[in-house]
Write a protein that binds this ligand. Sequence first.
Ligand code: G6P
Length: 504
Amino acid sequence: PQDLERYLAGRTLILLSNREPYEHVRSEDASAEDGIALRRPPGGLVSALDPTMQRTRGTWVAWGSGSADRETAGEDGRLMVPPECPSYTLRRVWLDDADVEGYYLGFANSALWPLCHLLLQHYETRAEHWARYHAVNARFADAVAEEVARAPGDAVVWIQDYHFAAAPAMVRERLAATGQKAFIHQFWHIPFPPPDILRLLPTEAQQGVLRGMLGNDLLEFHTERYAMNFMDCVAALVPDVQMRREHRRIHFEGREVHVGAFPISIDVARYEGLARRAEAARRAEQLRVRYGANGATLGVSVDRIDYTKGIPERLRALDQLFEEAPEMRECLTFLVVATPSRSELASYKALEDEVLASVAAINARWSTPEWTPIVLFHENIGAEELAAIYRAGDLCLVSSLQDGMNLVAKEFVACNVDEQGVLVLSRLTGAAEEIEGAVLINPFNVDGVVAGLREAIAMPQAQRRARMRAMRARLRRATIFDWLASILARVDELAPPAAEPLPR
Ligand code: G6P
């Protein structure tokens, strides 16, 4: 926090993300004023960035959805947050149905998302989707440029994620047109693909994405591999650039674009604290007695229902395990938390139906009067309950087919306060490049997943403890606040503050 203070002195942060940190929704709840309640998204990103925004008094620009959001913001979409201590501005940008269809469901989630995750069978491209994505990015860029104009001190624009690949260059253009200055950077929260994959985008979109991202002064990825993929794409597909790969630097249109790896993390103390509460210990014990009685192993998995997460592959492995190892029956129960996500898209809805059907089929095939192999939590689960589930788990299986980082792996490690759990982790996650001590698997190889599960179940107590201790010690030194500090330190290095620190 002290470092953060130093990096932020004299600067005003203008943040851009698709999801907002405070959302107003209609509610029947008695506590809701005028029938409107405030929802704070549970994500780790908001929990780290909200206090930072409160400190810098900047502006967070995001998609305002729904009528309650409109009613609670001013004419210009602005309001002060958080409600209990208004200290920074939330600026909502309004999207209509066609915008959401083309920008969010279309180009972001049906083209970029599957391509970046190398899952080509889900890739769809439509000229209208790119056109909307481009137009919506331009609207967000307008809002960001307006906020820079209002910012006291040195403005730093920080753009989040694949929803805004085109925006950085647009922000730069608008600032140049009005003679304003700001440092522009972007964190890319998902993998970045190699050139052979990015080539599958129509030329206009492909160029729009790469040249848009080159509008940044600094581009942050989770891993070196994604950063190098980005550099390879630029080298292969954008003419007239020079680059110094060893310096992670691209020379483009007379400026330097820096690229780097900054692996994201979680608020470790918060998760650990949740898991250590007496209430969580009680709930974990209750889950263990109910589902892991008589020494049975309790497995857990937690995901949004997304085809990148390898949920059907995981279920196939469990089915095969019970088939080939009869001694595992009644000795392994899996708690599968699967939260519906992006259900407006046919591929997500179909996946949800598939997951429900496979769980039912596996349970019908193997259940006994005393035992049900898979317990499905098909809902959004709060952080308290999640921490108890993680604490109860003897093993946690992450089987993503491709995943930028995967924070579930880190949440499990933070919550495993009894230090007896084993993490079985897909090699195809950013987390696998960072975490040492997990049992690594390839989710495409079902036999290998089965072998990994058997290894985890059979692992002696002392080895479990040693591995979990090492993973926990390392995680405590790399929290989301360390991630944030390392990015701000890099910004500070590349653009030392010009203005005197503002009085707070
Ligand atoms: C991923 C993305 C986030 C996104 C989240 C949930 O983690 O990187 O930007 O917010 O998925 O998806 P949703 O489409 O519901 O925002």
